[in-house]
Design a protein around this ligand. Structure first.
Ligand SMILES: [Zn+2]
Length: 325
């Protein structure tokens, strides 16, 4: 399967274990293990966004992403890895404000990542653009929104709210969302990953999100008739009628344990069959130990994804890229 596109892939969640070991050694940062395979296992084990454990794993990856060279290298390698997975176009997200600990300015961070992506595209081809995330527990979302808008020419195509959902509903960042709405930057919001349907409602109805990160809990705004989900709330109807893309990440949801989804009952394929605009994504290739092609394989093997449905997923993703707008 060639020419896939990816909408939801965190730069700080997709590093190579080998790179982490090399960079940590240069920076004299102590790792739980210096063995590549064991380190991959460590990142995969015991992550749960319910207990915010996953954020401890990010703490480690972020600690080695504090200088221009490391950021460039990690962005460059992400392009190489995604190209190896037959991905033609993609959007990689990161939170610039998390990379300022060693004196980089937010603008330096954006330029470093963009340079890494450009170098990667030069060597490996494809089209890859950044999405800037604001951390929803912080107060600097307007600054991140402005940073995204002023870096449109640096390839930035989107703005996102990421981080712990509970207690941090999207509308807490309404000013940033409004600013984005009046710009040429796309708006996607993590909603309904760890928290409930009301967070999706808030993201769509109050913040005008154009895409939803995860979003599978839209099923709580639908009636389950056994074969399909039929919207029976304004929000679910809006998402259905306006074909709002859902950036679904099966492995990540199963692994995070934030809800009771598993590989056998994940609603991804049933939502697609019901007519929702579903896309598949890896979320965090390292922490969820996955790739985009693995996500498709899981959907085929566990959720009965057919060939035609697979084509539909590919079309949905390419049509939902902010970079194509
Ligand atoms: Zn995510």
């Amino acid at each position: 399967m060639t020419n896939k596109s990816v909408l939801h892939d965190h730069l700080d969640g997709g590093l190579r274990a080998k790179t982490i070991i090399e960079l940590a050694s240069n920076l004299q940062i102590k790792l739980p293990t210096d063995d590549e395979n064991l380190l991959e296992d460590w990142f995969f084990e015991n992550i749960s966004s319910r207990q915010n454990q996953v954020f401890n794993k990010f703490e480690l990856t972020i600690s080695i992403m504090q200088d221009s060279e490391s950021l460039q290298r990690i962005a460059y390698e992400a392009v190489e890895d995604l190209r190896k997975d037959q991905i033609a176009e993609g959007e990689l997200r990161y939170a610039p404000m998390q990379h300022l600990r060693k004196g980089l300015s937010p603008q330096d961070v954006v330029e470093s990542v963009s340079t890494g992506l450009k170098e990667g595209m030069k060597d490996f081809g494809g089209q890859f653009n950044p999405i800037l995330c604001a951390m929803r527990q912080n107060e600097d979302s307007l600054e991140v929104a402005n940073l995204a808008i002023s870096n449109y020419s640096n390839g930035v195509v989107g703005f996102d709210l990421a981080g712990p959902e509970f207690g941090h509903p999207p509308s807490k960042h309404i000013e940033a969302c409004k600013k984005i709405k009046n710009s040429n930057i796309g708006l996607t919001i993590h909603a309904g990953e760890a928290a409930d349907f009301s967070y999706i409602e808030d993201a769509i109805m109050n913040c005008n999100a154009q895409r939803i990160g995860h979003g599978w809990q839209v099923i709580d705004g639908c009636i389950d008739t056994g074969d399909i989900y039929t919207p029976n709330t304004d929000t679910a109807r809006y998402i259905f009628e306006n074909q709002v893309p859902l950036e679904i990440c099966i492995s990540s949801n199963v692994k995070s344990g934030a809800s009771n989804v598993n590989l056998e009952n994940h609603p991804a394929v049933k939502l697609l069959r019901s007519g929702f605009k579903v896309t598949l994504n890896p979320d965090n290739r390292l922490m969820a130990s996955t790739s985009l092609s693995r996500e498709f394989r899981l959907a085929r093997e566990h959720l009965g994804l057919s060939k035609d449905e697979e084509s539909k997923l590919l079309i949905n993703a390419v049509n939902s890229l902010f970079s194509r707008e």
